[in-house]
Design a protein around this ligand. Structure first.
Ligand SMILES: [Zn+2]
Ligand SMILES: [Zn+2]
Length: 671
């Protein structure tokens, strides 16, 4: 008789399964740990008296994870027979696990306040990797020799058996702090702690701290401190009468960026509830060991005053940031903010270390009830092990899929050595020359659609696709190749007024009225460069602070009403017409429709349009397979509308890869 515990786990990442194995080894517990494509299964002997204690301990050492779902347990006469996923230990880039965190705050440990504390199953590993295979010699830590205690741990500590990047304060990476006059180098435990405390105090004082983290340089500041952080206040005005209703734009000293565009770093768990409006799934995602970026609605007045209706939020995601957050809490603050910057950014204090690091683009997630999508980024998802039968290298967005020891790994191009390959597939416009005689170029939408089909085991079956990444395209996959069946009418933002004027009868009158009502916006739109997308132009038209797709999304979030305006999306052949769209928005604007209502309606109208075209195409080609790709889908209003209009098809989206750009390197394997 066996006792079987199953944990839903929607990823082929091995760090959770391996952590369970290591913990079992430490506790001398007999258990089979098996990972399939969607769960981790533990099989115990039922009569083992250590079982209860083991399960309680497991709760303590297992981190929360984006990929972990519900658990269930049962008794069985036989061991479960299932197909395990193939695994390779790839360097992770996540937060420290609960055991490592405990060490960082235990004054008796060799890693008290040591920011690079990690084990085989957690922490910042990828930033130190220079190439594959993953060994210490292939990392920037190769010149640091582990001390005797660390060497001993590599044999005796179950969580750090043969851990390639093992280090501690005695043998690891030294950090130092500089202000305009002094340099302070941390040498022992007390120094490490003091360094972070000084930073916390500086932030509470309204000073800025530039810190090198495992994810690159971050400039931290207190967004509520007007003493130092704010250099000048300017007003954006569309017209004289609404100037006063606009928020002042706040600029950070030494930076042109606006505070409202910074990321909010929530230092204390209790701060989430006090300052933000979140559902349980959002809370769980932010606190998961993967620590993604998530846009959430604001709640407290102080956060609203800085960020408006929504904010991009992060819980500390590496040792440096985590220790800083602890110091910030000790100063009585719930949160601080940061910008990703480079090493030359000006700040009151600099915290630095000499080890070169290899940074990854941070990953944003989107959550709608129980659906979780990765919008964009590299961290958390890459490196990834994928199935690849062909001898093919793919390259897109600085990522490559390359065979290493007969396993296909997707990771940043620079960590791979040159390899022999039959063919190479490179994304169009990618800045990459292979010199290979069999080099092919492919379009983003084709690879994105193939990535989703591959994840859902539908390669070879007919399907309809909608690719929405700034522009909206309807695709058809005939089982062999992806065709752009209803392409968007190309949009060029230069000479915009001329294009609007000639759109249809009466358009020239609108242009005249608009110029009278919004002379400054008119002027700006008259001088646009040709390469802006429709969402940037829309945001400028509406005078939004954040002149991008995200600005419109966050404005839409603040609309709490029901039912939208019908925004015109097309003029001829059912194709999406950007000029008709922007013209329609301008006429509503002249009719004094509030911005948030308009932004909400924009997504509703897109949802309706997609809901009309998809069934037509699906009927025409005889398929029920519908694929959605592109970052624009990561929007609450649009996502909800799409569920209503095409929900009956159960549209397929990426599960283990980002829904937008970074799925292309995977999809290209199937072109
Ligand atoms: Zn750990
Ligand atoms: Zn050591």
């Amino acid at each position: 008789m066996y006792f079987i515990l199953e944990l839903a786990f929607s990823s082929n990442k091995s760090y959770i399964g391996n952590l369970i194995r290591a913990y079992a080894q430490q506790e001398e517990m007999e258990v089979d740990v098996l990972q399939t494509s969607d769960k981790i299964i533990m099989t115990f002997k039922k009569e083992d008296e250590k079982l209860e204690k083991f399960l309680l301990g497991l709760e303590e050492i297992l981190p929360a994870s984006l990929f972990l779902g519900k658990g269930r347990h049962y008794f069985s006469e036989e061991k479960p027979a299932l197909m395990p996923v193939s695994k390779t230990d790839l360097p992770v880039n996540i937060a420290p696990c609960p055991t490592c965190q405990k060490e960082m705050f235990d004054v008796s440990s060799r890693r008290y306040y040591y920011p690079f504390t990690s084990c085989n199953h957690c922490g910042s590993q990828h930033p130190f990797i220079t190439k594959y295979p993953y060994t210490r010699l292939n990392s920037t830590m190769k010149f640091l020799v582990p001390c005797a205690d660390c060497k001993e741990e590599m044999r005796s500590n179950a969580l750090r058996i043969d851990y390639p990047l093992i280090s501690c304060i005695a043998c690891g990476i030294a950090i130092r702090m500089l202000d305009k006059e002094n340099e302070y180098i941390a040498l022992d435990k007390g120094d490490y702690r003091k360094l972070f405390e000084v930073c916390g105090g500086a932030l509470a004082d309204g000073k800025t701290v530039l810190m090198k983290t495992a994810h690159g340089y971050r400039k931290f500041f207190n967004p509520n401190s007007h003493k130092v952080a704010i250099k000048k206040i300017s007003f954006t005005s569309q017209s004289a009468e609404n100037t006063l209703s606009k928020n002042p734009k706040i600029e950070l000293a030494g930076s042109n960026e606006h505070v409202a565009l910074s990321t909010l770093l929530m230092a204390s768990v209790s701060g989430f509830n006090e300052h933000l409006m979140m559902v349980e799934q959002e809370f769980n995602a932010l606190l998961s060991i993967e620590r993604p970026l998530l846009r959430v609605a604001t709640k407290s007045d102080e956060i609203k005053a800085v960020y408006g209706s929504s904010v991009l939020v992060k819980y500390p995601d590496d040792g440096m940031t985590m220790l800083l957050a602890r110091a910030v809490i000790n100063m009585g603050l719930d949160y601080i903010s940061y910008f990703d910057v480079d090493a030359n950014e000006d700040a009151d204090f600099l915290v630095d270390f000499d080890m070169p690091i290899n940074t990854q683009k941070d990953t944003k997630v989107f959550i709608n009830q129980d659906t979780k999508l990765f919008i964009s980024g590299e961290r958390i998802l890459y490196p990834a092990l994928v199935q690849g039968n062909k001898n093919r290298v793919t390259v897109a967005h600085d990522l490559a899929c390359v065979k290493v020891d007969n396993k296909s790994i997707i990771d940043s191009i620079e960590v791979f050595d040159s390899v022999d390959t039959d063919e190479i597939y490179v994304l169009e416009n990618e800045d990459f020359q292979s010199g290979h005689q069999n080099e092919h170029h492919f379009e983003q939408y084709k690879a994105s659609m193939m990535s989703v089909l591959a994840e859902h085991y539908k390669v070879g079956q007919k399907a309809i696709g909608v690719h929405f990444d700034g522009t909206l395209n309807f695709l058809y996959y005939n089982g062999k190749t992806v065709i752009n069946a209803v392409p968007a009418i190309p949009f060029e933002s230069d000479n915009l007024w001329e294009k609007i004027r000639t759109l249809r009868e009466g358009s020239d009158r609108l242009v005249g009225n608009y110029k009278k009502a919004y002379p400054e916006v008119w002027e700006r739109l008259d001088n646009l460069e040709g390469n802006m997308d429709i969402f940037e132009v829309t945001a400028i038209t509406l005078g939004l602070e954040d002149e991008s797709f995200e600005g419109i999304s966050s404005e839409a979030l603040s609309f709490l009403g029901k039912g939208g305006l019908q925004i015109d999306t097309r003029v001829k052949d059912n194709r999406f017409d950007n000029y008709a769209f922007i013209t329609s928005i301008m006429s509503y604007q002249l009719g004094d429709v509030p911005n948030n209502f308009m932004c909400y309606s924009i997504y509703e109208s897109f949802g309706d349009y997609i809901g009309e075209i998809v069934p037509q195409l699906a009927d025409k080609v005889g398929t029920k397979n519908v694929v959605l790709t592109g970052e624009t889908f990561a929007n609450q209003s649009l996502y909800a509308r799409i569920q209503r209009t095409v929900g009956q098809y159960n549209p397929m989206m990426n599960k283990n890869f980002p829904i937008g750009k970074e799925n292309a390197v995977h999809g290209a394997l199937y072109l």
